[in-house]
Ligand binder design. Structure first.
Ligand code: ADP
Ligand code: ZN
Length: 803
């Protein structure tokens, strides 16, 4: 027999997998996708076999030490998907696999030997068994090797094969083993707003702590309050002493999805839903559908019925949602339909729980995986369908290498596994629309399910509309004021979108006009109120609000640009009877606080929900009869080719939150750009009209989907080094394009729109061509660009933004 070698990927930034020799005794188990234990420098690590080969490496190959699983951990189609992603995005295979696999499954994980049977054996194997016995029947393999001062993999493998021991892979020992978090909760005794001036006259810190807790839905972990928010511990102690708050504990890894109500599926599908469901079932294997269904058209029921059909055929399903913590309702519905068949993959899982979920899916014990973008890699057995809800969302793009887009991965994976793909959206992406007729079939749900109708949308021109004087800096038209008043009078609920968190966007010196910027990022600092600080929204750094201008010493600062905190402050005084809740990154930074806020809305305990784009997605509350968009223009003028697309999608999504019940609903949108196509078409719910304009605008100069892009982002701490390196990248690309006579544009080098983040200067070079040529350029670039010294070069294929 010829000697065999295996290439083994490790979760390390290596350009190529290492090659190891396969000992004959392991030949049957070392197959592509199998986990193996290999020596890496002085350590042992667990890697994944990516390929077998008979070609020996140039230098002597070390032996693979063990192969702990009976079946390959990674099924063949997933390995194939990883290989594709690695090539398409120009990311080493090891790093690609790192994004796909639970960390606990490989890498630094340890193998534990457990004695499960007996064996008549002497020699080293006998001593291994005896040593195991002595350790109480189980021990890490490394401990055994140390105890016996001998290599133990080979005898352990023999013992495993005769059923005397089993080898388990467990995550590396986690630090501390912290199981509980201390929390602070407000009691019912807290003073009314009107009394607070009096009660906290001498203790503003206590008031700040109490109000921060209120914002967080009544309670939060101490670590979060004292750490991230910088609140005073003494103040919290005093609140507790005065009976306004109490300390308690919660389990750190309590699975928040366990406690969600389970919602049974709605009545039977409508005729329109049935048509769409049967069209999806009739798709040829390996093909997909773009389900263009307006907000409230009942796409969820379509997904559930398609998944039910797959399960009936003995196949499994993946359902992707943009951000799982924001969409508890869809999780409730899936669990209501399929109960224990469902594995919910979310960021609150511990490493061990994530690995457990992976195993359960791999073995077919659970057949439906629900999660955010990385769930596109869930090892669902015999995959029948991947459903991507809100397929246009930018969250489906991964922000680090491999910079994959879950939609693109799903297209490839469903083809490899002969499964179906369903992309659902009320505002389909230009990319998906462009693929209709090729791999995607367009299916429509143009009406709302049940009683609802799409709400009328009124545009209010902020330049001319009469405003409420008391609102001061808050853009608040009389029209919006009257609509909110009317809804509250009828005991209906209101949602107000303002996609800008904090109190004010900038702090400006009245004398010299200087705006406080972050010392590390080229961006103005946002004014925050609880606690009072200036905060950078890029790097998260806080600094105190300066008493005077640091440039000219002027003593008067003005705040400009209203954020959600200021809006909330205004609403509290304008509508003192209303119960107001705010949902943005600042109120939801404690784990799962989203759920607490949304549950209060669902139970009718909130009259006005104020929030950033977080409140725009997927929520289904029939009693919301008014949606107000306080400032529709926050993202309209960003220097990015998707600015209009994002604005339109956000408006359409948030408008879709109302008109869902018998009482109907109305949307009031305040803007200074009522003639902009994103606003005009949002006002008439005209998605096709918007897409037609947008696709036209992207023709010349060409932007996706008319052209493919790759963004080469150069960053570093020295501005000139970054500019030089960006120049070198552009010259390299230009020369390559000329030499191979490729039809591709090299745009730049140029500083990025956001010129500096976290002390790193940013420049970029954008390559533009058709997809195949871009693919070739990515291949060349992935070999060459890793080696630019002193600066970092990041390659982002199919970027969702060029900021
Ligand atoms: P979408 O995701 O398309 O915005 P949803 O799936 O949230 O819409 O459905 C909107 C509402 O319509 C939900 O409250 C749902 O229960 C209801 N619904 C869906 N299908 C039907 C049906 N066939 N009959 C009655 N109500 C339905
Ligand atoms: Zn910063």
């Amino acid at each position: 027999m010829t000697e065999g070698f295996g290439r083994v990927a490790l979760p390390l930034p290596l350009a190529q997998p290492y090659t190891y020799h396969i000992p004959e005794s392991l030949a049957d188990r070392v197959t592509p996708g199998a986990r193996v234990v290999v020596p890496v420098r002085a350590r042992e690590m667990i890697g994944i076999v990516t390929e077998l080969t008979e070609t020996p490496p140039v230098s002597a190959a070390k032996d693979i030490l063990a192969a702990p699983d009976l079946d390959p951990a990674l099924p063949a189609p997933l390995l194939e998907t990883a290989r594709w992603a690695s090539g398409y995005y120009g990311t080493p295979l090891g790093l690609t696999l790192r994004a796909m696999l639970p960390a606990a499954m490989w890498g630094e994980s340890r193998v534990i030997a457990r004695r499960v049977g007996s064996a008549e054996t002497g020699g080293l194997a006998g001593r291994v068994l005896a040593a195991l016995e002595q350790k109480g029947g189980e021990a890490p393999v490394s401990t055994l090797a140390r105890a016996l001062r001998a290599p133990v993999w080979e005898p352990l493998d023999r013992l495993a094969r005769v059923g005397a021991v089993v080898l388990d892979v467990v995550p590396p020992a986690t630090t501390g083993g912290e199981r509980h978090d201390r929390v602070v909760r407000l009691t019912d005794a807290i003073p009314l707003l009107a009394e607070r001036e009096q009660v906290f006259r001498r203790s503003p810190a206590q008031r700040a702590a109490l109000e921060a807790l209120e914002e967080l839905g009544g309670g939060a972990p101490l670590r979060h309050l004292a750490g991230q928010l910088g609140l005073s511990r003494a103040a919290m102690d005093s609140l507790v002493k005065r009976g306004y708050a109490a300390y308690g504990t919660v389990e750190v890894h309590r699975d928040p999805f366990q406690d969600l109500p389970v919602v049974p599926p709605p009545a039977s599908p409508s005729a329109a839903q049935l048509d769409v469901i049967s069209a999806i079932r009739a798709l040829p294997a390996g093909n997909g559908a773009l389900l263009f269904g307006i907000t409230g058209s009942g796409k969820t029921l379509v997904y559930l019925e398609v998944i039910r059909g797959m399960l009936a055929e003995g196949r499994g399903a993946i359902l992707l949602v943009p951000e799982i913590s924001l969409t508890p309702q869809i999780v409730s519905r899936v669990r209501g339909a399929f109960g224990d068949e469902v594995a919910v993959l979310h960021s609150g899982l511990s490493d061990g729980e994530r690995a457990d979920a992976w195993r359960a899916l791999r073995r077919g014990e659970r057949r439906v995986a629900v999660g955010a973008r990385s769930a596109v890699f869930a090892p669902v057995k015999d995959l029948g369908v991947i459903v991507i809800d809100e397929e246009h969302e930018a969250t489906y793009k991964n922000g680090e290498a491999p910079r994959y887009h879950a939609r693109q991965v799903a297209l490839v994976r469903t083809r490899l596994e002969q499964a179906r793909l369903v992309l659902g959206s009320a505002t389909p992406s230009p990319e998906s629309m462009a693929q209709v007729g090729e791999r995607l079939r367009l299916l429509n749900l143009p009406e709302r399910a049940g009683a609802g109708k799409l709400p009328p949308v009124e545009l209010v021109d902020l330049r001319t509309a009469p405003r409420l004087k008391e609102a001061k800096a808050v853009p608040w038209s009389l029209r919006l004021d009257e609509a909110v008043t009317a809804a509250l009078a009828k005991r209906e609920q209101v949602m107000l979108l303002l996609n800008r968190r904090g109190f004010a966007t900038i702090l400006q010196c009245e004398a010299c006009g200087a705006v406080r910027e972050c010392g590390q990022c080229s961006i103005a600092l946002t004014v925050h109120e609880t606690p009072p600080t200036l905060r950078c929204h890029y790097c998260g750094r806080d600094e105190p609000i300066p008493p005077a201008c640091t440039l000219c010493g002027g003593g008067i600062h003005r705040m400009r640009g209203v954020g959600t905190q200021q809006l909330e402050r205004f609403l509290v005084s304008r509508f003192p009877e209303a119960r107001i809740a705010r949902m943005d990154l600042d109120t939801t930074s404690a784990r799962w606080s989203h759920h607490a806020i949304l549950e209060r809305v669902e139970r009718g305990e909130v009259d006005i929900l104020v929030g950033t784009q977080m409140i725009a997605k997927g929520l289904d509350f029939p009693n919301v009869t008014l949606v107000g968009v306080v400032d529709a223009d926050t993202a309209l003028h960003l220097p990015d080719f998707r600015a209009a697309e994002r604005t339109f999608q956000l408006l359409a999504q948030v408008a879709g939150r109302t008109g869902r019940g018998e009482r109907g609903g109305v949307v009031v949108v305040q803007t200074r750009n009522p003639d902009h196509p994103a606003l005009v078409h949002a006002a008439t719910h005209d998605v096709e009209g918007f897409l037609a304009v947008e696709l036209g605008n992207r023709r010349s100069p060409a932007y996706p989907p008319h052209a493919a892009l790759v963004n080469l982002l150069v960053s570093g701490e020295e501005e000139t080094a970054v500019a030089d390196a960006a120049g070198a990248v552009a010259r390299w690309a230009g020369a390559l394009v000329a030499q191979r006579s490729l039809a591709a544009d090299v745009l730049g080098p140029a500083p990025c729109a956001i010129g500096r983040i976290k002390n790193r200067y940013r420049w970029h070079v954008v390559l533009r061509s058709e997809p195949e040529t871009i693919g070739r350029l990515v291949r060349y670039a992935s070999e060459k660009l890793l080696s630019v010294s002193g600066v970092r070069v990041v390659m982002d294929r199919d970027p969702v933004s060029l900021l």
